[in-house]
Design a protein around this ligand. Structure first.
Ligand SMILES: Nc1ncnc2c1ncn2[C@@H]1O[C@H](COP(=O)(O)OP(=O)(O)OP(=O)(O)O)[C@@H](O)[C@H]1O
Length: 278
């Protein structure tokens, strides 16, 4: 695996502007991993200070986790993106089984902290990753995830007028669709018109993004256009057919109910060729 990572790094050396740190440097930068920021699916994240004085977040990848592919995916995707809205990957460490990724520090932590989600990312996974009958896996799976994230942001609005005792994701999406479709307010009265419009716009865009069939979801380019457009110019999507997540495969199939999903041959595992699109 070490060889596979080294091979990847060498073949991409020309288009990666990342700094390679030794593991002992990482230990110094993090003062012996003593300031933990959080824990993700691939390991713990620690605060550190680089020699330049810049603060960083160091993700110490768990040894037993994955086969190195997650490291390669992260470097190949985030490592190439330089955008103010995407956390910057500064560098990495690879020394045998010791692997770490060094990001710019987000001093306010993650969005998750603000929307109190307890679900890290399975809840955002597009249904075609589970059911091949829905459609091929493409960048539209990321559009779906983005839609779910928008929905989470809308759903965790403190002054949202949703019924507290029906807080399941499925119920919420159906409820919010009906509210918007019937021209009813989603937010309580004390919200300003501007706040109401922003939430309504995010909701309509999210409902487009979480359409069951990838082909019915907009491109990210279109998503940005919709978010920037006047609310009046946005059309309501068809009511999304929602596939429940966070449950066993059987529950998903029963609740979703289309005959094609009942056929076990239609249930697929995540396509490994999709991993770069994470
Ligand atoms: N660049 C960063 N700046 C500040 N805190 C961070 C940074 N990256 C991660 N964290 C903290 O570490 C936690 C874990 O992050 P990590 O990216 O490992 O996992 P995740 O995004 O929650 O899930 P996944 O493992 O599925 O990607 C975050 O919730 C956040 O609190």
């Amino acid at each position: 695996m070490y060889c596979k990572i080294e091979e990847f790094l060498q073949s991409h050396d020309h288009n990666l502007t990342l700094i390679r740190y030794s593991y002992s440097e990482i230990k110094k930068i993090t003062h012996g991993f003593n300031d933990k920021l959080g824990e993700g699916g691939y390991g713990s994240v620690y605060k550190g200070k680089l020699r330049s004085g810049r603060f960083a977040a160091i993700k110490n990848l768990r040894k037993e986790k994955g086969n190195g592919q997650e490291f390669i995916n992260e470097v190949a995707t985030i490592g190439r993106i330089h955008h103010c809205n995407v956390v910057q990957l500064i560098g990495f460490t690879v020394e045998g089984s010791k692997r770490a990724l060094i990001y710019e520090l987000m001093p306010n932590g993650s969005l998750e902290k603000y929307i109190f989600s307890r679900q890290g990312t399975i809840g955002y996974m597009a249904p075609e990753l589970f059911y091949k009958s829905i459609g091929g896996v493409s960048y539209k799976a990321d559009v779906y995830s983005f839609g779910m994230l928008l929905m989470e942001m809308v759903g965790k609005r403190k002054n949202l007028n949703a019924l507290a005792d029906h807080s399941s994701q499925m119920y919420f999406h159906s409820w919010i669709y009906d509210q918007v479709n019937e021209g009813k307010d989603i937010l309580e009265d004390q919200a300003t018109e501007q706040e109401k419009n922003i939430i309504k716009k995010m909701t309509i865009v999210a409902l487009w993004c979480i359409q069951l069939k990838p082909i019915d979801r907009p491109s990210m380019h279109r998503v940005v256009q919709m978010l920037e457009a006047d609310i009046e110019s946005l059309q309501m999507p068809p009511k999304p057919f929602l596939v429940p997540q966070q449950t066993s495969n059987d529950d998903r199939i029963n609740m979703a109910n289309p005959t094609s999903l009942r056929d076990p041959s239609n249930v697929c595992s995540v396509d490994s060729s999709y991993q770069f699109g994470r």
